[in-house]
Ligand binder design. Structure first.
Ligand code: F6R
Length: 241
């Protein structure tokens, strides 16, 4: 695992974008694994700016997102599909047919089947991951076992609380989500885990402290993956124990 400390989120976004662009330049039909939330916004801004300046083309790129709330459609402002349209897909030239998203309004069993058959035939070339304060990746929440397949999850009270900032109240946050499992995540050829701020310092410190892999700290599974870069900001570093 390689650790990079960036000055701030902006510099971290640039570092992630350089890694993504290197993969896209080498393989124009690369499959990008994408996350939502505040963490990857800097990456998406850099990719969009570089596309508008003609520095990269994403015309051959394919994408797959990690997760989606159950019950929210792509036109709902808090759905992850909407987030992706707003922060990346509407700003670059990825063909609509190359975008793979979970549909929060469809039958979860059908969505799981679609995702798993896609992941059985395709391996993610580069994946951006954020991390929850509790160490979740995607919506793989702390639980006694790791789940390898795409699955339905009950969001933990901490995650509901953390995501309430995007809704008018915690009551409005969906209680269930669909997420890619650890199988799809760990199969990625390259992983960038980005984490910023004091709130994530405990999870990152616990992950880096030793060589154990513990499903109660989901991000610890990344110690088993082959090419992982952890990008943190100075604020997080200052709060590590
Ligand atoms: C969202 C996702 C989540 C977030 C995590 C951190 O697609 O996969 O694991 O990355 O909850 O969220 P932010 O970046 O908002 O702190």
């Amino acid at each position: 695992m390689k650790i990079i400390t960036a000055k701030d989120k902006k510099e971290a976004g640039r570092i992630c974008a350089d890694m993504f662009e290197e993969v896209i330049r080498e393989k124009e039909d690369a499959l990008l694994g994408l996350a939502t939330g505040s963490t990857p916004i800097g990456l998406y801004d850099c990719l969009s700016e570089d596309y508008s300046r003609g520095r990269i083309s994403m015309a051959g790129v394919h994408t797959i997102n990690l997760d989606e709330y159950v019950g929210l459609g792509r036109d709902h402002e808090q759905s992850f599909g909407y987030f992706m349209d707003e922060h990346l897909f509407s700003r670059v030239n990825i063909p609509a047919g190359n975008i793979m998203l979970l549909n929060g309004l469809s039958d979860p069993r059908k969505e799981i089947e679609i995702y798993e058959s896609f992941l059985a035939q395709n391996r993610i070339d580069i994946l951006i991951l954020g991390i929850g304060n509790n160490g979740h990746i995607g919506f793989n929440e702390p639980e006694p076992v790791f789940r390898t397949r795409t699955h339905l999850v009950d969001l933990t009270p901490e995650t509901i609380e953390a995501n309430a900032r995007f809704f008018t109240s915690a009551d409005e946050v969906p209680k269930k989500a669909l997420t890619m499992g650890m199988g799809g995540i760990c199969a990625a050829r390259k992983i960038c885990l980005a984490a910023f701020g004091a709130g994530k310092a405990d999870a990152i410190s616990r992950m880096l402290r030793d060589d154990t892999v513990d499903p109660m700290l989901p991000c610890s599974v990344l110690k088993l993956c082959s090419d992982v870069t952890v990008i943190i900001d100075q604020d997080l570093k200052d709060h590590m124990r």
